[in-house]
Each structure stands twice: as C-alpha cells, then as structure tokens.
Ligand binder design. Structure first.
Ligand code: PLP
Length: 406
C-alpha cells in the first residue's frame, strides 16, 4: 500500500509556499512581489474592461450552450491566436497553410502538449532550457521523458544576457536538439535578446539543425505592442524554420484561471506542407483526446470575441498598454528611487529588463532578511514581480532594498 517509502511527501511548490507565508503575515506594510499575476495600483487583480464587455456579449447570446468544444478547440479562437503570434494573415506560414493549432489548457497545457508530441515524434533528443527558466519547464519535459540540458542565459555580472555563454552552449549541443526559447519577457529574469541577437541565435539553430520550441506567455503584456513582442517568432518563421509555439492568454487577457491557450506547429516551406500539417493535426488530436478530450470554452470564447472584433481588439490593445505602462512606470520609479538613495550597485537592469519580472540581483540571505525585517515577499532567487509594486509601496520597497544591500 501507499507507505511513505512508496509515496514520499513531495516538497511544496516554492511559489505557493511563499504565497501562503504572505497571506499569514499580519503586518499592514507587507508587500507581495512573488505573484506572477498583474495587480492594479491598489494591489488588486484587474479584470480587463474589454474582457468585461466580451463577457456581457457572451451572456447575451441566446444561442449559447454548453456542448463540447471540438477536440482541437474553437477555430474562431485558434485561428486568431495563430495570427496573433505569427503576425497576421500575411505571415508566410499562414498564407501557405503550414500551421496547425490546438486549443490547450493555457500555456502550461500548450507546453505539455508540445512536449508530448515531440516525445512521440521527435525521439532521442534532449531539450535545452535556459538557465534559469520557468521552473515548470523542467517538470513538464521530464514528465514526458525528454532529457533536459541547460544553456547559460543570465549573467550575474551584468544582470543581462550571457550571450556568449548561450551561443557556445547552442553550438555545443548535439545536432537536432530541441531549444526552448522564451518569445519575450523571459521568466524569471526579464532579460530578452535584442533582435540582432535573435538573428545570431537563429543562425546557430539553422547550422546545427536544432528545433526551436517557443514559449510565449507575455505577448503585448511586455512592451504594450503585440507586434514587437512576437518579433522573434516572426523572424524564425520568415527564415523558414519548422517550429512549435506554446501560447498563453493568461497574462495578456488577465484570464489566468480560465486556462485559455494554444499550441501551434509550423512546418517548413515545402510543396507538400499542407498534407504534412494535416498528418500532424491528426496526431495532435489523438494526443489531446487522451489527455483532456475537449478544451474548456469560457476563456477561449472571451478571447475569441475580442480577437474577432476590430473595435474590441483596439480596446484590448489599449488595456495592454495600461498594464505594460504601469509596470514600466514602476520600473522607472524603483530605479530612480534606488539611485536617489545612492544604494550600492548599479540599477539600470531594473529598467533594461522587460515584462512581469525583474531579477534584482538580491542574494538568498538578502531575500530572507527583507522578508523578516520588512515583510516584503519575493522568490529566493531575488526575482520580483513588478506588478506587485505601486505608487503606495515603491518608496517603501526601495528603502528596504537600500537597507538590505548596505
Ligand atoms: N510559460 C512561461 C514562461 C510562463 O511564465 C508561464 C506563466 O507564468 C506559462 C508558460 C504558463 O502559464 P499558464 O499555464 O498560466 O498560461
């Protein structure tokens, strides 16, 4: 039976442990910089106004029912999701019908379906993950039996990209390896390659025949510009790569709990690309059937209403600029405050980094001390969620960091 030897106690997910400790803290000055979800200036969850509108449209629809979605999801959603990440109907992949898309359980489900597909049809390869990466990547790929290797990514010295280390590792990886790339707003570091660096990365992948696996969880949320945040994916597609994309709508629609996501396969240009795509779609459908049968409808319906209506789409872009703009203004405020205080070290990385997170460079002992002395909660690697900062607490956080690093 299930003795402790057979089923040992698993360690608690560090992020959820952090959230629990935060909730239990009674200090009124406490600050949550652990959460990976957007908060408004009052530290409250924000339902996007455009999502509220879409929700009303959905509820007013007399035809609405609760039948199963098709196995691959609702196509009004998946086709627009593909256009969004690939840059519209003029994408060569879309024009040449070299894309197949499957609706998934948000980004996590998309990474999982992609990993499962590769475990089945791209066998004997390792996946190379950035060091560090979103912790779940390790578990998802291990769960389907794909061996994991790492490539250097973050430079502790510059708190920016370790580009030389990354390139050397990609060069050194066995031919045909799977390379997991964060499309934008790298989690946890907030450090992205420049477009020129992406071009060099693409060249290495081409020479080494590596397989690009893009994970995109922050399109539009990072810079406020949907086309800027998909530039890396578009570049790779323009170069004719065969690739896959795991796409989440949790952050950019604020639909975290509704689990709206998509997995896309793009095949290389070829005369028989359409039949290749059909074969791939048929296999993905079988995998999806045994995993979840049919994806959930609500979040995908909301996103679909917005993505298919030009007026609502424009409003969504406005909402994206509100979120990314508030986060960027918090980056500026935190850096300015630290520089004003003369806090030892350099703080340009706070504004150089992009998206939800910043790797502050605080060490684990400093993270533990700022928690016990100032009730400020962040993950042990010194990552802070910029969304946890607001005009009411940014001075307090800056002063606490100042005290801690001195
Ligand atoms: N990939 C990355 C890099 C992420 O940061 C996240 C969310 O934090 C996800 C995927 C997937 O999130 P979800 O399953 O909530 O869409």
């Amino acid at each position: 039976n299930f003795t402790a030897e057979v089923v040992p106690q698993a360690p608690e997910d560090p992020l959820f442990g952090l959230m629990r400790a935060y909730r239990a803290d009674q200090d009124p000055k406490k600050v949550d910089l652990g959460i990976g979800a957007y908060r408004d200036n009052n530290a409250k969850p924000w339902v996007l106004p455009v999502v509220k509108k879409a929700d009303e449209i959905l509820r007013d629809d007399p035809e609405l029912n609760h039948e199963y979605a098709p196995i691959a999801g609702i196509t009004s959603f998946t086709s627009k999701a593909a256009e969004l990440i690939l840059g519209g109907v003029d994408s060569p992949a879309i024009k040449e019908k070299r894309v197949t898309s499957v609706q998934t359980i948000s980004g996590t489900g998309a990474v999982h379906l992609g990993a499962l597909f590769l475990a089945r049809f791209y066998t004997g390869k390792k996946v190379y993950l950035s060091d560090p990466t979103w912790a779940n990547h390790n578990q998802i790929f291990s769960n389907v039996g794909i061996p994991i290797a790492k490539y250097p990514y973050f430079s502790k010295e510059t708190r920016g990209l370790d580009f030389e280390g990354m390139k050397a590792a990609l060069h050194g990886a066995p031919e045909g390896s799977i390379i997991l790339l964060h499309a934008c707003a790298h989690n946890p570091t907030g450090v992205d390659p420049t477009l020129d660096q992406w071009k060099e990365i693409a060249e290495i992948l081409r020479v080494k025949k590596h397989f690009p696996f893009f994970d995109t969880a922050y399109q539009g949320f990072a810079s406020g510009d949907l086309m800027r945040d998909n530039a890396a994916v578009r570049y790779f597609v323009d170069q004719g790569f065969e690739l896959v994309v795991a796409q989440s709508f949790a952050k950019n629609f604020g639909l975290y709990g509704e689990r709206a996501g998509c997995f896309h396969v793009v095949t290389a240009p070829a005369p028989d690309a359409e039949t290749t795509i059909a074969r791939i779609a048929s296999q993905l459908a079988i995998l999806q059937r045994s995993e979840i049968s049919n994806p959930p409808l609500y979040g995908a319906r909301i996103a679909s209403i917005v993505l298919n209506d030009p007026k609502l789409f424009a409003e969504w872009e406005d909402n994206l600029r509100t979120m990314s703009g508030r986060i960027i203004s918090m980056r500026n405020a935190l850096r300015a405050k630290l520089e004003e205080l003369g806090t030892p070290g350099t703080w340009n990385h706070i504004t150089d980094q992009i998206g939800m997170f910043s790797y502050t460079g605080l060490t684990e002992p400093q993270v533990l001390k700022i928690r016990s002395d100032f009730h400020i909660y962040m993950t042990k690697n010194g990552r802070i969620s910029m969304a946890g900062l607001n005009t009411n607490n940014v001075d307090y956080v800056a002063k606490a960091i100042d005290k801690i690093v001195r």
